[in-house]
Design a protein around this ligand. Structure first.
Ligand code: SF4
Length: 269
């Protein structure tokens, strides 16, 4: 399975992109003038700012998992996925080595994504319950999925320095979504800690002390100019959480539905 479709600046990123000719974006800290989400997605996909993560994602893409030996892994940063006028933003942690790093699309091709997209479909935010590869036709309705770190990290653990290096990409994404986004659902404590500073930089007021992460937490971030953001915490959809029952399908659907309704995104009754 090859990620082969060409992305121009016009259409939103649907999980496929021609990797040839991507700009080398080695300094995300200097990002402040990207005009659109498709343009941002291209910039992110060319990023090489974190040496450890560049080495890891490319090594995984070379060595592969035996079950995916016939795949051409994406092996690059994985941009956010979903419409550029999303009302709800879901923020995860980072792509999985053999999931997003293989398929080129957020939460696609791994067990965490199976759990997330099935729930999104059940709530009415996705066109289908499965997310197998980047050309499977999946569409998201009113929701965009992203992460504070765009490259697969060893052991699913980015360092604080890598998290901070990647934050300008999230900040730019928030600025571009700001006209429409009304709620954010953050999966797990890592994403919560990484996202709060970006929300603050993007113009929402984050309380001091910063609200602690917990499943079901709901915080309103006022905006001095524009609309407030309704922020929700949810346990991450990792296998560790879903296999142990820490996060059940019912818990995930409930918080997803609540966040979608707060955002004014379309839900299925
Ligand atoms: S983690 Fe983010 S900043 Fe680091 S190389 Fe990947 S895209 Fe670039």
């Amino acid at each position: 399975m090859l990620p082969t479709l060409t992305l121009r600046d016009g259409p939103p990123y649907r999980g496929t992109m021609d990797p040839s000719g991507l700009p080398d974006s080695s300094a995300p800290s200097g990002v402040h003038d990207v005009p659109s989400l498709p343009a941002l997605d291209r910039r992110i996909a060319g990023c090489r700012a974190c040496p450890r993560l560049v080495d890891w994602r490319e090594e995984v893409a070379r060595t592969k998992r035996a079950a995916f030996a016939d795949w051409t892994y994406w092996g690059r940063p994985v941009p956010g996925f979903g419409p550029p006028d999303a009302r709800l933003l879901i923020v995860g942690l980072a792509p999985a080595a053999h999931g997003g790093n293989r398929t080129g699309r957020m939460f696609t091709g791994d067990r965490s994504g199976d759990v997330l997209y099935e729930a999104l479909y059940d709530v009415g935010l996705a066109s289908q319950p499965t997310s197998a590869h980047a050309e499977d036709g999946l569409e998201l309705y009113g929701v965009r999925v992203t992460s504070p770190v765009h490259c697969a990290p060893p052991a699913n653990r980015p360092t604080p320095a890598e998290r901070d290096t990647c934050r300008p990409w999230l900040l730019q994404e928030l600025r571009l979504l700001r006209p429409t986004v009304r709620a954010a659902l953050v999966l797990g404590a890592f994403g919560w800690q990484a996202a709060l500073p970006a929300f603050a930089e993007a113009g929402w007021t984050v309380p001091r002390p910063r609200p602690a992460f917990a499943h079901g937490t709901r915080v309103t971030l006022p905006a001095p100019e524009g609309d407030d953001l309704h922020l929700f915490g949810c346990f991450h959809v990792s296998q560790r959480n879903t296999f142990t029952g820490k996060l059940t399908p019912a818990m995930l659907r409930e918080v997803l539905r609540t966040a979608a309704e707060a955002a004014g995104a379309p839900t299925r009754k």
